[in-house]
Design a protein around this ligand. Structure first.
Ligand SMILES: NC(=O)c1ccc[n+]([C@@H]2O[C@H](COP(=O)([O-])OP(=O)(O)OC[C@H]3O[C@@H](n4cnc5c(N)ncnc54)[C@H](O)[C@@H]3O)[C@@H](O)[C@H]2O)c1
Length: 347
């Protein structure tokens, strides 16, 4: 299947994902499938849409453009394989198409953004997930919910396996996102138990790459924020002492894992951590970005974020085994690709 995608960095990665899925025998599963993607104009939603169109799927994409951008999917609007509905998922109307797969990504995952919109953040996870699950139930579709490592809160078990129940402050400022996702996971499992719906839950650990919003200062996802600051020669702003850790996964590894997860029928009802266990302090991330961009930026420290987890590192033993997958792109490689993508856009 040809793709209308012209962006060279994204195009190359999507070809590599398609090739990997073909080699592993999962590509045919997606041919002629009709897929509803909520949050399609966002970072991961648009990567999934592009990869699925390349695999021969038809996409119905829903987004309210709150944190996403039509720029991420505008090339797809030209094809007959993509229909875009600008709508809030909490008010999703019944669809005209018969849907085979529902990928429910709509959410407000950036702390800088959700701290300003706690009510919308909770409603997207609660009402929005209910609407998306109902579409799946009416169509007897497979349902994927993209949850988050944030359901573990400030985890006491590192690396964190899926069996860990979490340490979350239910009334803290981050609870609109963490508890919203925890409620949504519970709702997915209720649909599995009560209606037998084929639900799958991924808990995504920090993922980055081209199309992650780096322009909007109110969005502030750390990898692209640092890259943009470094390329502009501005100070790199690190929250707190910078010794808190994260484990960053490059987007193509994330997309490949999700598509294998979807294609494997026997994984109904499973919950999988999807991420890269390569753990790094935020300070070291800043230093690596400075090195790779050749920037003269200096690092400055801003006040720490409330309830910010000190360490985050996934235990991906389960995903590695069940998906026969592991991340291939190192942090330095992924950062280099992301820098290559952002650089020409700064002008
Ligand atoms: N990228 C990561 O590091 C990461 C980590 C953990 C979990 N996730 C999860 O992955 C999914 C995708 O995240 P992303 O990184 O692509 O973020 P993103 O902000 O780029 O994408 C989210 C999309 O959802 C849309 N949206 C938000 N509320 C909506 C609503 N009520 N109705 C319709 N659309 C709505 C936004 O406009 C945006 O396009 C989210 O569910 C997120 O929680 C991502």
């Amino acid at each position: 299947m040809s793709t209308p995608l012209e962006d060279p960095v994204v195009k190359m990665d999507i070809s590599a994902i398609v090739e990997a899925l073909e080699e592993k025998g999962y590509a045919d599963f997606f041919k002629e499938k009709t897929v509803l993607i909520t949050g399609v104009a966002g970072f991961l939603g648009s990567w999934l849409a592009d990869t699925l169109v390349a695999l021969g799927s038809h996409i119905v994409g829903v987004d309210n453009l709150s944190t996403g951008s039509l720029n991420n999917v505008k090339h797809l609007l030209k094809t007959k394989h993509f229909r875009f509905i600008e709508a809030d998922v909490t008010k999703l109307e019944p669809l005209e198409e018969k849907i085979d797969l529902v990928l429910h990504l709509a959410a407000r995952p950036s702390p800088d953004d959700y701290l300003r919109h706690p009510v919308e953040t909770l409603l997207t996870s609660s009402e929005g997930t209910l609407k998306a699950l109902e579409v799946a139930r009416r169509n007897d579709a497979v349902f994927l919910f993209t949850s988050t490592s944030e359901v573990y809160g400030d985890a006491e078990v590192i690396p964190t396996p899926e069996t860990y129940w979490g340490k979350v402050n239910p009334i803290g400022p981050r609870s609109c996102y963490d508890e919203g996702k925890r409620y949504a996971e519970a709702l997915c499992m209720a649909y599995l138990r009560q209606y037998g719906l084929d639900v799958k839950i991924s808990r995504i650990f920090n993922t980055y790459g081209p199309r992650l919003d780096w322009k909007n200062p109110g969005y502030g996802r750390v990898v692209v924020k640092f890259i943009a600051q470094a390329l502009k020669g501005e100070p790199i702003t690190v929250h707190g002492d910078g010794l808190q850790t994260r484990s960053f996964c490059y987007v193509s590894d994330n997309i490949e894992a999700h598509l294998i997860f979807l294609a494997k029928k026997e994984l109904k009802g499973e919950v999988l951590n999807i991420g890269n266990p390569e753990e790094v302090t935020i300070l070291d991330l800043a230093k690596t970005v400075i090195e790779l961009t050749g920037s003269k930026s200096r690092i400055v420290h801003t006040p720490p974020r409330p309830d910010d987890p000190r360490r985050r590192k996934p235990d991906i033993t389960k995903a590695t085994k069940l998906l026969d997958w592991k991340p291939k792109i190192s942090l330095r490689e992924g950062l280099a690709k992301t820098i290559e993508w952002i650089k020409p856009r700064l002008k």
